[in-house]
Design a protein around this ligand. Structure first.
Ligand SMILES: Nc1nc2c(ncn2[C@@H]2O[C@H](COP(=O)(O)OP(=O)(O)OP(=O)(O)O)[C@@H](O)[C@H]2O)c(=O)[nH]1
Ligand SMILES: [Mg+2]
Length: 458
């Protein structure tokens, strides 16, 4: 979707979620906000800045009132969008809310696009792009910890960090450019000092890039596939971790044929668990297809829970499955420890190599907390790091990586004796990439990508 940037019109939207609620809020923003709201709302007093005014909603076409309401007028100087805004708070009936919107449209407003209020806040300079994105993250927060981090981002903590790094680069760039522009003035560049500064910036970028691991686990979730032979108890473990009877369990091998995906939360992290058909020799064409899909899923997952049956000796199929841990982070789960052991522990430990081995009984729910703890530790190593800023989006991570790459080029080219012009170009690229991240440098593509993820009315 390509949104046109239009600040001239006055926009309207319902700000509260669809459905019935105690209260509902309609927002109007733009040059005619006060005029339009005054047609629909008849207050006991005239609307004046920052005052909550009681009154009634009025249909100016039929001349009839249709609800009680309160209204607040936010003048442009300090409103959310930095435009004149009115918020109407009425009863949370979809019929009433839609009627208010209909009347606002009649009176000259147009429907807001998703995220358009926040887009205006950005275009009018009240917040930058990182802060705008934080608004959406805050609304959709999956945990209080994530909400808090997004709140700090909204407050500008990440923006200040990025601006600071960008300023350091621009300062170095200005020194190099001065040396290029005034070659006769004998400006001596302190190359060692420049290298030191650039390495410092790279160090800061590395910390931010690393934090994305945690941001991703909080926001989108880490996908873990439950793999193992048929009948080892994958579905039983899946259900036990979910704490609900989601997958069918039976004593017959080949019960699960399709795959099932569900989310669990461990602390503030989300894990997408995938239960699937047992890998091994199929007895049925449907099972064969299940295994094919299972293998594909296992190869796409970010991590594996490799499940073994304590009551059965290790077989060739187990060994093949164990070898999946070579390419991927994995935890070995030895299930059915309530039954007599048929697996040699030493052999298994040796096979597990560097991977963790956790012994559980999915049926009797033994050691599941220990398993959950290990899942969080192994698949989100950044869990316990106290990052000041956490990067939640790929877009941001990619921009930070591009910046780092350009700075690495600067260091290499300096070493390789390249001209100051070429070095300046790389530095400018790095600084501009950071500028796009905050939106200081505007990119329509990025703006579209960010605001199309918003909901209507925000
Ligand atoms: N004693 C014991 N039995 C278990 C345990 N976990 C699972 N089982 C039993 O093992 C059998 C198979 O369990 P499932 O969870 O269906 O195994 P699965 O790996 O999903 O099997 P497929 O879907 O056929 O690949 C069932 O009879 C379960 O009750 C356990 O910890 N202890
Ligand atoms: Mg199963």
């Amino acid at each position: 979707m390509n949104r046109e940037i239009d600040l001239a019109s006055t926009i309207v939207a319902i700000a509260t979620p669809p459905g019935v609620g105690a209260l509902g809020i309609i927002r109007i923003s733009g040059p005619a906000a006060l005029e339009i709201a005054s047609k629909i709302f008849q207050g006991k007093h005239e609307l004046s800045p920052w005052h909550l005014v009681q009154g009634n909603l009025f249909d100016f076409e039929s001349g009839e009132f249709f609800d009680e309401a309160t209204a607040v007028y936010f003048p442009a100087s300090r409103s959310y969008t930095r435009e004149d805004m009115v918020e109407l708070i009425c009863h949370g009936s979809p019929v009433i809310l839609e009627e208010v919107v209909r009347l606002a449209l009649k009176a000259g407003a147009r429907m807001a696009h998703p995220g358009e209020f926040t887009l205006r806040a950005y275009l009018n300079g009240r917040i930058d792009l990182l802060q705008a994105e934080a608004v959406n993250d805050l609304i959709r927060a999956t945990s209080l910890r994530q909400a808090r981090l997004s709140f700090y981002q909204l407050n500008g903590r990440l923006s200040r960090k990025i601006d600071g790094l960008r300023e350091s680069l621009i300062y170095i760039l200005s020194q190099i450019e001065a040396a290029i522009e005034f070659p006769d003035e004998g400006i001596l560049l302190d190359k060692e000092q420049i290298r030191k500064k650039i390495k410092e910036v790279i160090g800061e970028l590395d910390k931010l890039i690393e934090s994305h691991n945690l941001g991703e686990a909080m926001m989108r979730g880490v996908t873990l596939a439950l793999v193992g032979r048929a009948n080892v108890g994958k579905s039983t473990l899946f259900n036990a971790l979910l704490e609900k009877d989601r997958a069918i369990v039976s004593p017959f091998p080949g019960t699960t044929r399709d795959y099932l995906e569900e989310k669990i939360k461990i602390d503030d992290l989300i894990f997408n668990l995938v239960d699937m058909a047992g890998l091994g020799k199929p007895d049925h064409p449907v099972e064969e297809e299940g295994i094919r899909r299972g293998r594909q899923l296992a190869s796409q997952a970010e991590g594996l829970l490799i499940i073994l049956d304590n009551s059965q000796p290790l077989c060739d199929a187990d060994l093949e499955i164990l070898s999946l841990a070579r390419d991927k982070k994995a935890i070995f789960v030895l299930n059915k420890i309530d039954l007599p052991a048929q697996i040699e522990r030493e052999k298994l430990n040796a096979l597990a190599g560097g991977s963790k081995l956790i012994e559980v009984s999915a049926l009797f729910r033994l050691n599941l907390d220990k398993l959950k703890r290990s899942i969080a530790e192994v698949f989100s190593p950044a869990l316990n790091k106290n990052y000041e800023n956490v990067i939640f989006h790929w877009r941001e991570k990619a921009a930070l990586e591009r910046t780092k790459e350009a700075l690495t080029q600067v260091l290499e080219k300096q070493n390789g004796g390249y001209s100051d012009e070429i070095i300046a170009e790389e530095l400018r690229l790095a600084a501009d990439t950071l500028g796009q991240l905050t939106g200081e440098i505007k990119s329509e593509e990025i703006i579209n990508a960010i605001f199309s993820e918003f909901c209507i009315g925000k």
